[in-house]
Design a protein around this ligand. Structure first.
Ligand SMILES: Cc1cc2nc3c(=O)[nH]c(=O)nc-3n(C[C@H](O)[C@H](O)[C@H](O)COP(=O)(O)OP(=O)(O)OC[C@H]3O[C@@H](n4cnc5c(N)ncnc54)[C@H](O)[C@@H]3O)c2cc1C
Length: 381
């Protein structure tokens, strides 16, 4: 039975993440955004503190925490800086194909690296012409005599690609097979033929790096293939079911920050001789933010609980991601409005929240794609 109660242990974890956010992330976030710098030092401290890779099972040296715990941490990090949350949680996304489709040996080899060393792993699914249409990917795996594959292709928009030392990804063994040709793999960055393209210049979440990953006749051994050849699409979909609650959680963090910043400003800023918090129009905005926060939090916690309890309901993850993303964009837009002209300047954090929030409606499936998933599940007989 679903129980949204947060335990004492979970509350302690939230306390650690909240302290880290307040002391390490918030004071540095503006500068990293302005200079578009990857905050390696912040991630290093988070890794030391045990806030990264929390869902890696104990069998591979990890803490073995659940998606609920991962999401609670994501909410706190995104409150401080959505870009930091994105890049930190990207390790979870990158590790998921291994956790979903990897053999015991593969899990030991690759997941243990993330626990033993401060390393990044990226998730390489999207391509220049295949974002929403995952099955339309063109990266090819050509079988080699004597076993293994040659991998050639281009992956686009890959978070942390320039920082990662390993990639999980997807390519097709035969484009004519559409989704039934897609195959999951894992590869070390140092492998001959792997390279990283230029860093994208983005609207927001600028401290998080996004680049192409290029594969040019990369030799993959059978041990680099995750699951059965041709079954990668199902791995990709299961990964999204498990990762999307975390996007919902980051959205909750963004909305809560918008509410806190807006509330504080509304109590301080005076117009017509009174704090703007006295104007009912502003009060309605704050109330809507509070509604959006509670609803997003309730949805992501339910979706995360379902993941942890092996309840196979793709729809809840999409509900959490879609509702949270749309609500975060609205909250950030409204936060700028509460701040008036000051909100439009880089002097106050709401301008950054406004730019950062937009990404939530795009990555890991756009808001349109989430609605497609939701509708498909509703109409399934
Ligand atoms: C900063 C950033 C980080 C990212 N990180 C990663 C990463 O780490 N790994 C990774 O693999 N990918 C990553 N992505 C890629 C991201 O998942 C894709 O950009 C996203 O899925 C959308 O794909 P697209 O950009 O090709 O847009 P398109 O698929 O071309 O979509 C364009 C528009 O058309 C709409 N649309 C498309 N098809 C339909 C349809 N059937 N019905 C209705 N509307 C439709 C979309 O909703 C969108 O509005 C990242 C993207 C960004 C911007």
């Amino acid at each position: 039975m679903y129980n949204p109660q947060i335990s004492d242990e979970q509350n302690q974890l939230v306390g650690t993440a909240r302290k880290f956010t307040a002391e390490v992330i918030i004071p540095a976030a503006h500068e990293y955004d302005e200079t578009e710098t990857f905050p390696t030092e912040i991630f290093r401290q988070a890794w030391d503190l045990g806030l990264m890779n929390v869902e890696i099972p104990e069998a591979y040296g990890g803490l073995g925490l659940g998606t609920v715990e991962g999401c609670l941490i994501a909410e706190e990090l995104a409150y401080g800086c959505p870009a930091v949350a994105t890049s930190m949680m990207c390790n979870h996304l990158g590790a998921l194909p291994l956790m979903v489709g990897g053999s015991e040996e593969q899990k030991h080899t690759w997941l243990e690296r993330l626990i033993e060393n401060f390393e990044f792993i990226s998730y390489a699914c999207s391509e220049p012409d295949a974002g929403s249409d995952v099955a339309g990917m063109k990266s090819r795996l050509v079988a080699k005599d004597g076993g293994g594959y040659s991998l050639t292709g281009q992956k686009r928009w890959i978070t942390n690609a320039g920082q990662a030392s390993m990639y999980t990804g997807f390519a097709t063994i035969d484009p004519a097979l559409k989704h039934k040709g897609i195959t999951a793999f894992v590869v070390d960055r140092q492998t001959k033929g792997v390279s990283v393209g230029r860093k994208e210049k983005k609207l927001g979440q600028r401290a998080s790096e996004t680049s192409d990953v290029l594969f040019d006749d990369v030799e993959l051994a059978p041990q680099n293939i995750l699951g059965e050849p041709g079954k990668g699409f199902y791995i990709a979909m299961e990964v999204f079911d498990k990762s999307r609650p975390m996007i919902g959680a980051s959205c909750a963090g963004i909305i809560r920050r918008c509410l806190d910043e807006s509330r504080n400003y509304a109590l301080e800023r005076k117009t017509f001789g009174v704090p703007i918090a006295n104007h009912q129009a502003i009060q309605m905005i704050l109330a809507d933010m509070a509604i959006a926060y509670e609803a997003t939090r309730a949805l992501y916690l339910k979706a995360a609980w379902e993941v942890d309890n092996d309840v196979k309901r793709t729809i809840t993850s999409s509900l959490a991601k879609c509702f949270g993303a749309d609500a975060a964009v609205k909250a950030a837009t409204d936060a700028v409005q509460v701040f008036g002209g000051y909100g439009y300047t880089r002097e106050y954090p709401v301008e950054k929240l406004y730019r950062d929030a937009k990404l939530m409606q795009i990555y890991e499936g756009t808001s349109q794609v989430q609605r497609m998933v939701i509708a498909k599940n509703l109409l399934r007989s």
